[in-house]
Design a protein around this ligand. Structure first.
Ligand code: GTP
Length: 230
C-alpha cells in the first residue's frame, strides 16, 4: 500500500519514548492523543502480537500516512532498540523525504534508574494498582513478585540517552521529562505540548486549557488495553 504524503503540513514527527516500566509512557501518550486526535496518534509495542523487528515501524509509517505525529510507546531502554527504530525507518520508509522526517525523544529518565528508590517506589505502586490492566504484566494473576522481576530486568538493562554518539545522535530534538511526581504524566503532557509548540512550526498545536489537560489526563488514566498477550 502506498502512503499518501500530505502537502500542506509537510514534516512528519516520530516521538520515541525512552523509559522503564511504570514511568507513564502510555498514560502520557494517550493523554496527548486525547488532546489532539487529529494530529497525534499513539501506537504501542504491547499491542503488537509477537513484535517482529519491523512491525512497530510499519505501524508508525501507516499512522504517518494519515497524521503528522506518531508516538511510539515502548521502553526503548537499550541503545539497540533505538537503533532498530532508526534503521527500520531507513529501510522501510519510501514515501517521506528523509529531510521531512523528524525524530523526537521523550526522555522520561533524567538519571539512571538503578538505585533510584523514589522512582522504584512510585513505579512499583503504579504497576501494582494497575492490576491486570496491561497486555502482558498481570499483577493479579501472576503476583507482584513477577512484575517486580520484570521491572528490575528493565532497570538493569537500561542504557541512558547519549546524543553525542550513534544511535541517539539521530534524534533531532529531545524533550526532557520526569517520572517522580504523583501526577508526572499530567506534567509530562504539558512539557511535551510546550516543547512541540516551541520546536515545530508546521503544526497547529493550540494551547489546551487547564481543564482540557485534566480531562485528557483523567481519561488516559482509565485507558485499558483491549488486547491481551495472556
Ligand atoms: P509499561 O507499559 O508497563 O511499561 O508502563 P507505562 O510506562 O506505559 O506506564 P502506564 O502509563 O501504563 O502507567 C502505569 C500505571 O500508572 C497506570 O495504571 C496509570 O493509570 C498510572 N499512572 C500513570 N501516570 C500517572 C500519573 O501521573 N498519576 C497517577 N496517579 N497515576 C498514573
Amino acid at each position: 500500500k502506498k502512503l499518501k504524503f500530505g502537502k500542506s503540513k509537510p514534516n512528519r514527527y516520530v516521538l520515541v519514548t525512552l523509559a522503564t516500566i511504570g514511568c507513564g509512557k502510555t498514560t502520557t501518550s494517550v493523554g496527548l492523543a486525547n488532546l489532539f486526535p487529529e494530529l497525534i496518534e499513539h501506537i504501542q509495542n504491547d499491542n503488537i502480537q509477537s513484535p517482529g523487528k519491523d512491525k512497530l515501524v510499519l505501524a508508525a509509517l501507516e499512522v504517518l500516512s494519515r497524521k503528522p505525529v506518531v508516538i511510539m510507546d515502548k521502553n526503548n531502554h537499550k541503545t539497540v532498540e533505538r537503533k532498530q527504530i532508526f534503521d527500520g525507518f531507513q529501510r522501510l520508509n519510501s514515501t517521506i523525504p528523509k529531510s521531512k522526517l523528524k525524530f523526537i525523544c521523550l526522555n522520561f529518565l533524567q538519571k539512571p534508574p538503578k538505585g533510584d528508590t523514589e522512582l522504584w517506589n512510585i513505579t512499583k505502586e503504579r504497576v501494582y494498582n494497575r492490576g491486570d490492566s496491561h497486555q502482558s504484566i498481570k499483577v493479579e494473576k501472576d503476583g507482584i513478585g513477577n512484575a517486580e522481576k520484570i521491572m528490575r530486568g528493565f532497570i538493569s538493562r537500561f542504557q541512558p540517552l547519549n546524543t553525542s554518539v550513534e544511535p541517539d545522535c539521530n534524534f533531532d530534538y529531545i524533550v526532557e521529562l520526569d517520572a517522580h511526581q504523583e501526577n508526572s504524566s499530567l506534567e509530562n503532557m504539558k512539557k511535551i505540548v510546550t516543547a512541540l509548540q516551541n520546536y515545530i512550526e508546521d503544526l497547529d498545536l493550540k494551547t489546551p486549557s487547564e481543564t482540557d489537560y485534566l480531562k485528557a489526563f483523567e481519561k488516559a488514566k482509565l485507558y485499558k488495553p483491549t488486547f491481551s498477550k495472556k
